[in-house]
Write a protein that binds this ligand. Structure first.
Ligand code: ZN
Length: 339
């Protein structure tokens, strides 16, 4: 791997470290955040209730003024009734007074209902306020309890951030953008180390999605400084420390021991993407690889044919081809998987 690949792996590790610490902080503060939300909900309900209460109290006040004025009017009519000059006038006042009383009683009934409603709201409010106090105290106690933990985690995060930033700056811009995009998409898991499932066979898989990869992938990553994407999950592939070249690549002698269905023409040691492309079909026959590889390679071929596709992830192949290396991106960088 070249400097870009090494810088990417370093960025990948720093990024994962930061995400992991952030994840621990989030987990630690999760219950407090839930508790805070409970307190906020209660505050909202209290505010709504207070508003309602205020409206009802204002309504009750209006009714009270109305009632007092009606009482005063009735009292005035009574006085006038006492001073009536004749029976007819007296009876007229009597009718007016009793009509006034009926109306006044209707207002009083409404006022009583409103006051009852106010009492109910006040009781509800008192209950909510007690709940709010209890929950707020609980939230404060929970925060107090994790203060030390969160401070330590925050310090850890603050310490990792410059490390990640530095690692990021060391990666060339296009590679960095590809990394950031993939890290967003895969929750940080932007890169995937190769694995070699069978020690005796020179075959590699993507450890993230377990897709079998073309054999040339190791050599390509080992000898060049370019971005190689998993054709299936599209993560950036890299060689892990526990897969050094002596453990990874077979000697020619060993390769001859493997059962082969077809003559070994053009099967191994491809040194350019053109060779890779040429060898796609022979290699599949030669290695008698599982059908999922065959379909992956068919997808690769199809992707190469439709490489003009301008979807967002399709920009990755062009980034690779923009690397200083001469060869095309085709074999290992198909169009993005169908979503
Ligand atoms: Zn993969």
């Amino acid at each position: 791997m070249g400097p870009t690949n090494f810088a990417l792996v370093k960025l990948f590790k720093a990024d994962m470290k930061l995400r992991e610490a952030q994840g621990r902080l989030d987990a630690t503060t999760k219950n407090v955040r839930i508790q805070d939300r409970r307190v906020r909900d209660l505050n909202d309900r209290i505010a709504a209730l207070q508003k309602q209460l205020k409206e009802q109290q204002s309504h009750a006040g209006t009714l009270d003024v109305d009632l007092k004025s009606r009482d005063a009017h009735i009292e005035k009519l009574r006085t006038q009734q006492q001073q009536a000059k004749n029976n007819k006038e007296y009876q007229a006042f009597l009718v007016e007074i009793s009509t006034g009383k009926v109306d006044r009683n209707k207002v009083e009934e409404e006022a009583i209902k409103v006051l009852e409603g106010i009492e109910k709201l006040q009781a509800e409010l008192k209950d909510l306020q007690a709940q709010q106090q209890a929950e707020a105290a609980k939230a404060a106690a929970m925060k107090e309890q994790i203060t030390g933990q969160t401070a330590a985690l925050q310090a850890e995060i603050d310490a990792i951030k410059p490390e990640r930033e530095q690692a990021s700056q060391a990666v060339p811009r296009q590679a960095r953008e590809a990394f950031d995009r993939l890290a967003d998409r895969f929750d940080g898991e932007a890169m995937s180390p190769l694995i070699k499932p069978d020690k005796r066979r020179e075959e590699y898989s993507c450890s993230a999605c377990m897709m079998d990869l073309v054999r040339d992938v190791y050599n390509k990553l080992h000898t060049r400084d370019e971005l190689v994407f998993c054709p299936s999950c599209r993560r950036i592939l890299y060689i892990p420390e526990d897969l050094p070249v002596e453990a990874a690549v077979h000697k020619v002698k060993e390769r001859k021991e493997r059962p082969q269905k077809a003559p070994p023409a053009g099967t191994n040691r491809q040194t350019s993407a053109v060779d890779v492309l040429r060898s796609v079909t022979p290699e599949r026959d030669d290695d008698n690889e599982p059908t999922d590889v065959a379909s992956a390679q068919a997808r690769e071929a199809a992707a190469a044919a439709t490489a003009s596709d301008n979807q967002s992830a399709a920009s990755e192949p062009s980034e690779s081809s923009a690397q200083p290396q001469e060869q095309a991106s085709g074999a290992e960088e198909p169009a993005p998987p169908q979503q």
